[in-house]
Every structure is written in C-alpha cells, then in structure tokens.
Write a protein that binds this ligand. Structure first.
Ligand code: NDP
Length: 335
C-alpha cells in the first residue's frame, strides 16, 4: 500500500487526484500540506485526508508518505519537487513542471539521483480517446501523418481564474496552462515525435491582466515532418475542443476530447467513408495514478515521465518566446 502526500491544497487535488488515489486498491492519501495551516486543516477535514502537515518539511519527513503529488501554483513546483526527491519520495508533479527548462531538468536529475520515480501529470495521454488515436496512427490507419490541428480554446471557469490570469510570477497564462497539454498530447499521438520549431501569436482578450496572454494560436513543426496548428484560450465559451490528424491515406477527427472527463467522439475518414471509432471511456486521473503506483513499486512507468514534462515545457516556452519576438523559434530542450 503506497501512502501519498499531497502538496498544495488545490482544486485539481480535491476534484480529481485525491479521489483517484483513493480509488486504487494499492494507494491512499495520508497527508496534505500547503502555505496556510488553517486552510490546510480545513481542506484535510473536508476531503477525508487523515493528516494536515503545517510545512512541506513535515510532509516529506512523514514516514507514511511514499509518493508526493505536487499541485501548487507553478512557480512552487521546482523547490517542492527537489525537497521531495531529497527526502527519497517518488514525485508526481503537475504541469508545467517548472518555469524554466533548466529547473525542470534539475528536478528530473534529482529524482534519478535519489532513485525515485518521477512523472508529469499530463492527464490527456491517459484518455481512452487519445490512446485509441495513438493506436490508429501507429497501425497505419491514416498512412503517413502530415498535419494536425488542436483546438483547446475554452472558457476558464470563475473558480479557476485567480493566479492563472493575474500572476505572471506564478506561471500564469494560457500557454503554460494549456499549450503544454497540447504538446504532450500531439507527441503522444505521433509516437513520441518531438517539436523542433514553433511560431505563435498571443492576445489578451479581456480576461487576463498583468501582461499575461489568455489566447494563443500557432504552429509547431515536428521532427517527423508533421505541421500542427493549435488554438488555446481561456476566453471561448462555445467552441468545444478537438484534435485532428491528417495523413496521406486518411484523417482522424476527434471532438470534445481535450478535457478532464472521459468523453468525446472519434471519426476515421478514408476513401470517402466515415467510421466511428469506439473506445471504452475510463477515468483519466485514475489511470495516471495506476501507472504512477506501478512506477513507484518498480513494476511500470509513469504515463508521462519527467522528461515528457521537460519537453512540453520547452515547447511552451518557445511558443511564448515566438509570440514575444514575432519570429519562429527553435525549441531549446536544454541539452
Ligand atoms: P488552485 O488555484 O486550486 O490551487 C493552487 C494553489 O493556490 C493551492 O496549492 C493553494 O496554495 C492556493 N489556493 C487554492 N485555493 C485557495 C483558496 N481558496 N485560498 C487561498 N489559497 C488557495 O489551482 P489548480 O488546482 O487549478 O492548479 C494547481 C496546479 O495543477 C497547477 O500547476 C496547474 O497547472 C495544475 N493543473 C493540472 C491539471 C491537469 O489536469 N493535469 C488541471 C488543473 C490544474 P497552498 O497549497 O500553498 O495553500
């Protein structure tokens, strides 16, 4: 039985990750910590977490904690992951892993040195829909992939607005929030292809302040020749989400799949015929936890590794730089 310590009394932990850890027969949540001890105590009580620790040190020193799940604001991930690794705990960290590629790489190296598992909580690659798409492409259903399109422009609900739209120093903005997920999902579907170059434009369309963007559109060039177009936003109320892959012999058109919930539809179109692709929906976060539990037990690997998180961050930072400088930018993976 693995004991999980939750760092960050956050919405994502409350809504998805604590229930997912508890749903697995080989794990349970034993403790939580955050910056405000009184709020953490209330959060622990409200979410059935046995222990509320007053500090990160106390949580990573807790002998019942084997795995640490980090879901604080983005600027805190680095120091918290480093502390967990130093204490010999397995680390599952939210995206973006950090605010710089150098920090993200240091986190991965620290986990390697400590001999602990490290994962990035890119939930979408755990979706049955995206796994089905990856399989289709792998099996040659659309022939050689040439192009992709992601539309992941949503309306950020009021309870999530806060730091995401107000605090650049906390790693706010739509690029670090959503473009990282697009990158990881595209890489996953394309058999772990990597982005070499990006170009992008951003906008502030009335929600974000402090110089942060709440919309971005751009293009990614992959090392297998695929060009991918993306649109991410906090400001689009009625668009719905989706992802498409276009190959020499067919196209995959998926709707409502860039989401936390196991929903959506996939259509495979080739030779003038449209086929609905069936998939058995399952809980994305439970699958993420199951894979991480296996990694911590030495019998598997995280769904998205630390290196996957380094890569999605590197692409997002290149997107931000491209928009700021008005030019195409080669992705710097820090190697
Ligand atoms: P929240 O705003 O809910 O929580 C982030 C931090 O804000 C908390 O750790 C807490 O700090 C503080 N906080 C939260 N609520 C309050 C409150 N009522 N009063 C005062 N402080 C509060 O963020 P999210 O859960 O939306 O995101 C957290 C992380 O998870 C981010 O890195 C984000 O990118 C990632 N994320 C990932 C998703 C995925 O599907 N993979 C989905 C959503 C988010 P403290 O703990 O220090 O007290």
């Amino acid at each position: 039985m693995l004991g999980w310590g939750v760092v960050g009394a956050s919405t994502i932990a409350r809504e998805w990750m604590i229930p997912a850890i508890e749903a697995k027969s080989d794990s349970r949540v034993v403790a939580v910590t955050g910056s405000d001890p009184a709020r953490v105590a209330d959060y622990a009580a409200a979410n059935g977490v046995p222990r509320a620790h007053a500090s990160l040190d106390a949580l990573v020193s807790d002998p019942d904690v084997d795995c640490v799940y980090i879901s604080t604001t983005n600027e805190q991930h680095f120091a918290q992951a480093m502390a967990a690794a130093r204490a010999g705990k397995h680390v599952l960290c939210e995206k973006p892993l950090a605010l710089s590629v150098a920090e993200a790489r240091e986190m991965v190296a620290a986990c390697e040195a400590a001999g602990v598992a490290m994962g990035t909580n890119h939930h979408l690659r755990n979706a049955a829909s995206h796994r089905a798409i990856r399989r289709l492409i792998q099996d040659g259903a659309i022939g050689r992939p040439l192009a992709a399109r992601v539309f992941h422009a949503v309306f950020l609900p009021p309870h999530l607005q806060g730091w995401r739209i107000e605090r650049p120093e906390a790693g706010g903005g739509v690029i670090l929030d959503i473009t990282v997920h697009d990158t990881d999902t595209l890489r996953f579907a394309l058999g772990d292809a990597d982005v070499t170059e990006v170009t992008a434009m951003t906008a502030s369309q009335g929600m974000a302040s402090g110089g942060l963007e709440d919309a971005v559109m751009g293009v990614m060039r992959f090392d297998n020749g695929v060009l991918a177009q993306f649109h991410d936003a906090f400001t689009i109320r009625h668009g719905g989400t989706g992802i498409e892959f276009h190959g020499e012999e067919g196209s995959i058109l998926a709707r409502d799949v860039m989401t936390q919930r196991p929903i959506g539809t996939i259509v495979l179109r080739r030779d003038g015929v449209e086929e609905i692709v069936e998939f058995a929906p399952d809980n994305l976060y439970e699958r993420s936890v199951a894979a991480f539990n296996a990694a911590a037990q030495g019998t598997g690997r995280p769904a998205a590794t630390g290196l996957d998180g380094v890569k999605s961050l590197a692409v997002a930072l290149a997107v931000r730089q491209s928009a700021a400088e008005g030019r195409a930018v080669a992705v710097d993976y820090g190697v």
